[in-house]
Design a protein around this ligand. Structure first.
Ligand SMILES: Nc1ncnc2c1ncn2[C@@H]1O[C@H](COP(=O)(O)OP(=O)(O)OP(=O)(O)O)[C@@H](O)[C@H]1O
Ligand SMILES: [Mg+2]
Length: 246
């Protein structure tokens, strides 16, 4: 397994948001976490990336194994530097005053010590532009002038530039018109297929998520209440009733 999450507990101050969440992801899989508002989806991703921001919860129990080794003591920065994981957070986080191209280049810092870094970053950048032609068209435009959907693509592009083998996305379809949403998921699927990048995607739209992922878990108030292949979850009566509108 690439990632194993064992009985993970995480809290904001003294409020526990995750009460012992367990799941696993194999190399090359596309897995989704679905659940209602406040279920703990974002908290789970933030706990995995272990970002030092004030809005990230503190892990207060359990363990996170990456290729069998605990990463609880690994600095968040080192997780990115070692190309282990990259998070596309909710709400995008791109640099508005930098151009699209500059946003991408800054995100390529994990490659900076490699001898052939220019070749590597050039190749990934080409991949990003081929996945998202709109970004290529707007490469000289400042981030803040992009549309919401284009900013979302840029956020995904930045995660790719890190060269990480595992990418987590928090509601990548948020605010996207259906056409752009399908473009986004098509790009991610292509990336998984061509580059074998492992993907964990969080979605409120369970139908979209289960169409995209091969496996999923359902989170409810900080606990996993169901898990299985997308087909199994889509056929599960409780999941249907609560998350698929019937
Ligand atoms: N910064 C914070 N401080 C305190 N509590 C928080 C904070 N962020 C989230 N929570 C609480 O933790 C719980 C899980 O929230 P989380 O953001 O993980 O849910 P979510 O599944 O991502 O929801 P959504 O679909 O609305 O994005 C909620 O009860 C929420 O109120
Ligand atoms: Mg969230």
């Amino acid at each position: 397994m690439l990632l194993e999450v064992h009985h993970l507990k995480a809290s904001y101050g003294n409020i526990e948001a995750l009460h012992g969440v367990s799941f696993a992801i194999d190399k090359g899989e596309i897995v989704t976490l679905i659940g209602a508002n406040g279920a703990g989806k974002t908290s789970t991703l933030l706990s995995l990336a272990r970002l030092p921001q004030p809005e990230a919860p503190a892990v207060s129990g359990g363990d996170i194994l990456y290729e069998g080794k605990s990463i609880l003591k690994t600095e968040p920065h080192a997780l990115i530097q070692k190309k282990m994981m990259a998070l596309v957070p909710e709400g995008r986080h791109i640099f508005g005053n930098l151009t699209v191209q500059e946003n991408l280049m800054i995100a390529s810092f994990p490659h900076r010590k490699e001898v052939n870094r220019e070749v590597i970053t050039g190749e990934i950048q080409e991949l990003v532009y081929s996945l998202f032609p709109r970004l290529y068209e707007r490469r000289k435009q400042r981030g803040e002038l992009l549309s919401g959907g284009e900013q979302q693509m840029l956020a995904v592009g930045r995660a790719l530039m890190t060269g990480s083998e595992f990418i987590m996305l928090d509601e990548p379809s948020m605010g996207l018109a259906p056409k752009l949403m399908y473009e986004m998921f098509r790009a991610l699927r292509q990336l998984n297929f061509v580059k074998h990048i492992t993907i964990l995607v969080v979605e409120q739209n369970a139908k979209v998520a289960l169409d995209f992922a091969s496996r999923g878990y359902v989170l409810k108030t900080g606990e996993i209440i169901a898990g299985g292949t997308s087909e199994e979850l889509a056929a599960n009566a409780d999941v249907k009733k609560a998350y698929l509108g019937g």
